[in-house]
Design a protein around this ligand. Structure first.
Ligand code: SAH
Ligand code: SF4
Length: 397
């Protein structure tokens, strides 16, 4: 059986993926990534009186997420002996930055090491009106989309909520975006948007992604609006309604094809939940989440999914769904079995969509010189690459 078929999950894949427990059996507990409720429980466990616990959470939360503090000694509105007690039991720790590359266009790519020595990538993309952080949710990806570099990486584990929100924190550190470092006013935040479009399928790590995004949205902390957070999924249909209900962020979907035959090859999860089932879930999303539009991501692959007919089929399929179509010129990577569609082809495709009344921005590849563009992420230590022939055999293209 082809490997792509084996990889299509028959049961929730999260069960197969190693998840590091929040609380390690030994050593101090990391406060980063705990929800307010979990932090309260942790404080009570070390002897904080129950009546005070909520207030203490509020104070510590502000130090961590508003002021960017990592040292309990600096939490000056807490009694000295309480501060040292906190330091005895807890840490405020972020993933370690292994390397940082800055592209000629200002894009920054960080290679970050997490518990167990695994590595993931985080990309910061500055634009004139916003600064977007592309966050990873898993080490590698259990899915095997044939055009995606991350999909060729075998090693997988789910990131914890702390490791996910930790990516936001460490980039704020690097941008100097804490009050004492001269953070700009809210409306000009350097890190103003989060996209869950890095390594991994966020909906196969639902709870940790949700908990991390709740921390990002907390109004007395990092305080990012849910409208500035976009989760991208390859189409994990059963989790889409849950995303609306429990996170309420913007949704993007890796659509990429207009027939099941082609989508089966490009996005193999389509064999589990096909285009019709996916569209049903997407149709319901805006109302459930009270959000405006769904972003349909569509990677432009030369001769595979880029004809005028594809564009017209796409319009028919999404009829009735408030949508924006984001055309992504394919970003090549070593051994990739596809080529990017020509600029003329992409423009012609965009034009058909635009004339049908949809916004159809063509995504400008950012950070290409540092391999930071969409779908190029893959940890540097992971050397087991599939060969071009192997990928071609699996995709049948
Ligand atoms: N797993 C999620 C989120 C990560 S991928 C998902 O698949 O949606 C973020 C986006 O980049 C997806 O739309 C993905 O299909 C796209 N992508 C992957 N590889 C790419 C490549 N080589 N070139 C351009 N886009 C790519
Ligand atoms: Fe995983 Fe998304 Fe890449 Fe597909 S496109 S292999 S779901 S990261």
């Amino acid at each position: 059986m082809a490997e792509t078929e084996q990889a299509v999950p028959q049961a929730p894949i999260t069960q197969d993926v190693l998840t590091i427990p929040r609380k390690m059996p030994e050593g101090p507990v990391n406060l980063i990534g705990l929800s307010r409720g979990q932090m309260r429980d942790a404080l009570i466990e070390i002897g904080t009186p129950e009546k005070q616990a909520k207030m203490r959470v509020g104070q510590i939360w502000q130090w961590i997420y508003v002021w960017g503090k990592r040292d309990f000694a600096e939490m000056t509105n807490l009694a000295k002996d309480y501060r040292s007690k906190l330091a005895d039991h807890f840490v405020i720790a972020l993933p370690e930055v292994v390397s940082r590359n800055v592209s000629t266009d200002g894009t920054r790519k960080y290679l970050v090491r997490i518990a167990g020595g695994h590595e993931v990538e985080v990309v910061y993309i500055p634009e004139t009106d916003r600064g977007t952080l592309c966050v990873s949710s898993q080490v590698g990806c259990t899915l095997t989309c044939s055009f995606c570099h991350t999909g060729t990486q075998k090693l997988v584990r789910n990131l914890t909520a702390g490791e996910i929100i930790g990516q936001v924190m460490l980039v704020r550190d690097d941008l100097g975006e804490w009050p004492e470092q001269g953070a700009p006013k809210d409306e000009q935040r350097l890190l103003s948007n989060i996209v869950l479009m890095g390594m991994g399928e966020p909906l196969y790590n639902f709870e940790n992604v949700r908990d991390a995004m709740k921390i990002a949205m907390d109004p007395e902390g990092l305080s990012l609006s849910r409208r500035r957070i976009t989760l991208s999924t390859s189409g994990v249909v059963p989790e889409i309604a849950r995303t609306a209900d429990e996170i309420g962020c913007q949704l993007a979907v890796s659509f990429h094809a207009t027939t099941d035959e082609t989508r089966d090859k490009l996005v193999p999860i389509n064999k589990r939940w096909n285009i019709a089932e996916l569209l049903d879930a997407l149709r319901a999303y805006p109302k459930l989440s009270n959000s405006e539009r769904i972003t349909f991501e569509y990677v432009m692959l030369d001769g595979v999914n880029d004809t005028d007919e594809d564009a017209r089929r796409l319009i028919k399929l999404i009829d009735g769904i408030p949508a924006k179509i984001n055309l992504i010129p394919f970003n090549e990577w070593p051994g990739a079995p596809y080529k990017r569609s020509s600029n003329n082809r992409i423009r012609a495709f965009a034009d058909i969509i635009y004339k049908a009344g949809y916004a159809s921005p063509i995504r400008t590849p950012r950070g290409e010189d540092i391999m930071a563009a969409c779908g190029q992420l893959k940890s540097a230590t992971e050397r087991a690459r599939k060969s071009r022939a192997q990928i071609a055999a699996e995709t049948g293209l």
